[in-house]
Design a protein around this ligand. Structure first.
Ligand code: CTP
Length: 409
């Protein structure tokens, strides 16, 4: 098990001679399974290049706020939102001073100011600069803010002096990060059933009715559950075009229609401790699938549709004591009314309600903003953030529900 599997890390590199060690650090973080996004300051570019980090991390490297940033939604704060944690290594005295005073004059300072993720600094500089009360005061300010320091080592420095200020070896920095940010197998041995994506209902041999579900939310949930050690059966609809989750704990089952999904889900549900139905199941199917391709002979073509089985409702009816059932609701209006109705009617423990009328979240987006409705009437707002983070919050809540379940989880 790689200890930073699936973690999204922002690595900030500032302009000190130890910047060369950040190259190895990026490689080691990646080897531990992290997705590494590097931000270079202008100063850092005197020591290391964007190209080096791009090759090592396989991700775009950012060093300016003003250029085109290909993959990010809201450029200057996208990395701040995406990050599970931020590590600045090496952190120069100048950079620490800027960060300690809330400056935001480049991509890295801006990201630090905008992030809510844990932040780590690995200071590296000449001993006198490090020990200078001004630097120490700045470091103290950062610690007060809740940011953490990875202490520099004592040894021979690039300037020829011997003392504190040397950047720890990348291996040791990674180890320190794993200790606080590493994956914890809180769901080891548990069995999860997760559904994702949309079903397709055949009309004739070449056509189908479908929906816009990308499967991203369900996949993020399945990946997060596996990261926490759960065995996951992921039943996904044919609308999904995502690579299979990179974990031996996930078994995937591809289905096409709602009826196929029902069969796969009912089979896997028997042994499941937790069932999360993120799939967008077609509510109706064509009554009779045409044996041959329908020709365009008529001005108006009428398809007769019949209702599909409501899989979630069926699961709610046969729910075992201690089994946790989580549904999704996609609504374009009266979100809370419809959602709480679904929670009750389908006998759910938790319902994740999406407003799919929004353009910046939900269907096909990498981001989502949801409300969590609990069986006891509580409602929790989860602000707009990457689906990977929503998945993490959801699983934290599910772990709480499991702990409170009548049958020991
Ligand atoms: N669902 C299901 N089987 C269906 C339809 C939906 O299991 N035939 C599940 C979905 O996976 C989701 C939840 O029910 O977890 C809510 O689906 P949604 O489409 O929002 O609502 P419906 O229950 O279908 O109701 P309506 O379409 O009237 O809003």
């Amino acid at each position: 098990m790689r200890m930073l599997h699936g973690k999204k890390v922002v690595l900030g590199v500032t302009g000190g001679i130890a910047a060369y060690k950040a190259v190895e650090l990026a490689g080691r973080l990646k080897k531990q399974g992290a997705e590494v996004h590097v931000i270079l300051t202008e100063g850092a570019k005197n020591f290391v290049t964007e190209l080096t980090f791009r090759e090592i991390t396989g991700q775009p490297v950012t060093s300016t706020m003003w250029g085109e940033v290909a993959n990010f939604q809201v450029e200057h704060i996208a990395l701040a939102r995406l990050a599970d944690f931020v590590i600045v290594a090496p952190a120069t005295a100048n950079f620490i001073a800027k960060a300690a005073h809330g400056m935001a004059d480049d991509m890295l300072t801006t990201t630090l100011l905008a992030t809510r993720a844990p932040v780590y600094f690995a200071p590296a500089m000449n001993t006198a600069m490090y020990e200078n009360p001004i630097t120490q005061e700045n470091i103290e300010r950062l610690i007060q803010q809740g940011w953490r320091m990875i202490e520099p080592e004592t040894g021979m420095l690039a300037c020829g002096t011997i003392g504190a200020g040397r950047l720890p070896e990348p291996e040791d920095i990674v180890q320190a990060l794993i200790e606080t940010e590493g994956v914890q197998e809180t769901l080891a041995g548990k069995r999860f059933l997760v559904t994702a994506g949309g079903t397709l209902e055949a009309v004739d041999p070449v056509r189908f009715l479908g929906n816009r579900s990308s499967g991203k939310m369900g996949y993020a949930i399945a990946e997060e559950a596996a990261r926490r050690g759960a065995f996951v059966t992921l039943v996904f609809g044919a609308t999904v075009a995502l690579p299979a989750p990179d974990s031996p704990l996930v078994t995937t089952v591809r289905v096409e229609s709602a009826q196929d999904m029902r069969e796969a889900v009912l089979k896997a549900s028997e042994g499941a401790d937790v069932i999360i139905k993120a799939a967008a199941v077609a509510d109706y199917r064509v009554k009779e699938i045409a044996a041959d391709k329908i020709k365009k002979n008529d001005e108006v073509l009428t398809l007769e549709l019949v209702k599909n089985p409501d899989i979630l409702k069926e699961l709610g009816e046969k729910k075992r004591a201690g089994q946790i059932l989580v549904g999704f609701a996609a609504e374009t209006q009266n979100l809370l009314d419809y959602a709480s109705d679904k929670l009750r009617k389908k006998n759910l423990d938790l319902l994740v309600a999406n407003d799919v009328s929004r353009k910046d979240a939900g269907f096909a987006s990498d981001y989502n903003e949801v409300k969590l409705l609990y069986a006891d009437g509580r409602i929790e707002d989860i602000s707009l953030q990457p689906k990977s983070k929503i998945a993490r919050i959801l699983l934290d809540r599910i772990e709480d529900l499991c702990a409170a379940a009548p049958v020991p989880f």
